[in-house]
Write a protein that binds this ligand. Structure first.
Ligand code: PAF
Length: 282
């Protein structure tokens, strides 16, 4: 695996690959790699000749008071993992390489960025859209691989790629779960042993809500309220638990066919997010 820190050297290698008609898949990450990332890399390998992974803890997507400084940085371990997975190129830039000291441009995908996680984390999705757009401009891959766990992030990137006519195919990869259902995340490492036992109830709550939607006996707002109460009683602080339309993430009603139940909670220190996608036929 080649590791490059500069945009210039990365572009030169990618140009070389493209000259040889090779297809390029890109997996952007902030490091602290877990099985969820590895599934993205596996999917990327299946669909392309070369796989590029970036590790960049992006400062613009952390709001004030969030965990930018303390975000887990496990570079040596991550590099070993990427070598094992036979990644072709690791892009490992410094902040100065990515952000001009007098940068004036940020990308904001309107409306959807202010919902759900965007209500609490004001600048977060603008930071995400900006870094993903910049990385796509730098790497110029044929395909980008993103996880479905960050469903709102995925929906926002889809809209950005559509609106800015970015020439890339977006491949989304299913949530990878621990055996007890907890969605894999770099933030799970912050859970105490006691909280770790409680955490899978978030997924259980989503499954219960999905069952109730299928039974069709209660309104969506009632189902949300009930599941929130269950989670609060178990010790979660619930930021939101919402049954939404999968395309624009606005509150869904019974006529909507493609739904996603989105949830964000805090359990002690870490904030956990999870979701379930539901397609209804009747
Ligand atoms: O999902 C992430 O890890 C980040 O938001 C991303 C897409 C790598 C942008 O920094």
């Amino acid at each position: 695996m080649k590791t490059l820190n500069s945009i210039l050297s990365l572009r030169s290698l990618i140009t070389d690959w493209k000259r040889q008609q090779m297809s390029i898949a890109f997996v952007p990450t902030m490091g602290n790699l877990h099985k969820g990332h590895l599934e993205l890399i596996k999917a990327a390998k299946e669909k392309s000749d070369k796989v590029v992974v970036s590790i960049f803890v992006n400062p613009t997507q952390f709001s004030e008071g969030e965990d930018f400084e303390n975000y887990p940085r496990t570079q040596q371990q991550d590099i070993k993992t990427l070598v094992t997975y036979d990644v072709d190129l690791l892009f490992l830039p410094l902040i100065e390489e990515i952000y001009h000291s007098e940068a004036k441009t940020m990308i904001t995908v309107a409306d959807i960025s202010n919902l759900h996680c965007g209500k609490m984390r004001k600048a977060h999705f603008s930071g995400v859209a900006t870094i993903v757009c910049k990385l796509l401009n730098i790497v110029q891959p044929d395909r980008i691989f993103l996880g479905e766990k960050d469903f709102q992030q995925l929906a926002i990137i889809r809209l950005m790629v559509r609106d800015l006519n970015i020439a890339v195919i977006i491949d989304s990869v299913k949530i990878i779960r621990e055996t007890d259902g907890l969605a894999m995340s770099s933030r799970n490492g912050y859970l105490t042993a006691e909280q770790r036992k409680i955490a899978p109830n978030l997924y259980q709550g989503l499954c219960n809500a999905a069952d109730k939607i299928k039974q069709n006996l209660q309104s969506f707002r009632e189902i949300e309220q009930q599941q929130q109460c269950v989670l609060i009683n178990l010790g979660f602080k619930v930021d939101y638990f919402s049954i939404c339309r999968a395309n624009d993430l606005l509150f869904a009603d019974k006529n909507d066919k493609e739904l996603v139940i989105l949830a964000a909670v805090t359990l002690g220190k870490p904030r956990l997010i999870d979701n379930i996608y539901i397609k209804r036929w009747s």
